[in-house]
Design a protein around this ligand. Structure first.
Ligand SMILES: Nc1ncnc2c1ncn2[C@@H]1O[C@H](COP(=O)(O)OP(=O)(O)OP(=O)(O)O)[C@@H](O)[C@H]1O
Ligand SMILES: [Mg+2]
Length: 104
């Protein structure tokens, strides 16, 4: 499992969640491993969900938080280089789930 990528996702979950909880779950299937990082934070609008993986992209709402906008870009690069992929499901104001799929 890739510690750097999961660490970046947890870092985001903590940084962008003020109320509620953060949950990490890992499931091993026959062909792959799925890691979910769920939070009840600020969420990401549908129009921004495709952009957050670009280098240096940061949502306007997070300008007061520290960051350069590289974490998700690097995580996705590393995960793809290992033959896996990452996806996001999110609702603005409700929270996000980042899922990582890695070949097992
Ligand atoms: N869990 C999350 N909840 C809400 N928004 C998120 C979450 N994770 C990422 N984002 C949005 O995606 C953007 C890009 O995330 P990314 O991790 O690449 O950069 P960053 O956290 O701003 O800076 P850093 O380079 O320190 O990671 C964030 O700036 C934020 O707008
Ligand atoms: Mg980050």
């Amino acid at each position: 499992m890739d510690g750097r990528s999961t660490g970046d996702l947890l870092d985001n979950a903590i940084k962008y969640t003020e109320h509620g909880s953060i949950r990490l779950s890992v499931k091993a299937y026959e062909m792959f491993v799925r890691i979910d990082v769920c939070d009840t934070g600020i969420g990401i609008s549908e129009s921004e969900q495709a952009q957050i993986f670009s280098r240096f992209y940061r949502s306007r709402e997070v300008s007061e938080q520290q960051g350069v906008g590289i974490g998700l870009y690097l995580s996705r690069e590393i995960i793809s280089s290992e033959g896996g992929y990452m996806k996001v499901q999110s609702e603005l104001g409700k929270g996000s789930v980042f899922s990582v799929f890695l070949p097992g």
